[in-house]
Design a binder for this molecule. Structure first.
Ligand SMILES: NC(=O)c1ccc[n+]([C@@H]2O[C@H](COP(=O)([O-])OP(=O)(O)OC[C@H]3O[C@@H](n4cnc5c(N)ncnc54)[C@H](OP(=O)(O)O)[C@@H]3O)[C@@H](O)[C@H]2O)c1
Length: 154
């Protein structure tokens, strides 16, 4: 995927359904890769300066492409699944959260059994819509998702 960015075929990398621990593991692996890339030319340059002819010339530092982290994580997120830890991890890693299934509180057949007790939550969402010129509850859920910092897909 990094190569697709370097080749100009895509502008950015995204992942989906990554948990906080998946993102942290990816972050660590990218940091290791980056460290290796930075060390390799330095070691080679040092070898060359001491006359070690067995070492192949290294690429100049500025030609080594940096690691390219994903910029978005698309996950299920809505009023009944707010994912605060994942939101915080993505923020720390400078990643956008893409929220899918934003209307689950309206559409899932078992939503009414959710521990967040959606009846009062949905009544509140409806009241907010009414207070804003008769907007639908779906529009309120989408606005909540966007205003809480997600790029919302539906
Ligand atoms: N990355 C992933 O793993 C993953 C997983 C799931 C989904 N996604 C993506 O996320 C996007 C949205 O997924 P989703 O379909 O779960 O999202 P959603 O928008 O939460 O749900 C769509 C459902 O909402 C209904 N709906 C639409 N407008 C409504 C309204 N005003 N009032 C009441 N119900 C309404 C639709 O009914 P009608 O069909 O009757 O319009 C449909 O059943 C899609 O692009 C999907 O590909 C990604």
């Amino acid at each position: 995927m990094e190569q697709l960015v370097r080749d100009g075929l895509v502008r950015a990398i995204g992942v989906s359904n990554f948990r906080s621990r998946d993102l942290k593991a990816l972050h660590e692996s990218l940091a290791e890769e980056q460290q290796q890339q930075q060390q390799e030319p330095k070691e080679s340059a040092a070898d060359l300066s001491t006359g070690d002819a067995s070492c192949a010339p290294a690429a100049p530092l500025d030609r080594i492409p940096p690691c390219i982290p994903p910029c978005v994580n698309q996950v299920e997120r809505h009023l009944l699944l707010q994912q605060p830890n994942l939101m915080e991890t993505c923020k720390q890693m400078n990643m956008v959260v893409g929220a899918y299934s934003p209307l689950v509180p309206l559409t899932h057949p078992l939503a009414h059994t959710h521990p967040m007790h959606p009846a009062p939550v949905m009544a509140a969402a409806q009241a907010i819509g009414d207070a804003h010129g008769g907007k639908s509850t779906a529009a309120v859920l989408l606005a909540w998702s966007r205003q809480s910092g997600c790029v919302t897909v539906r």
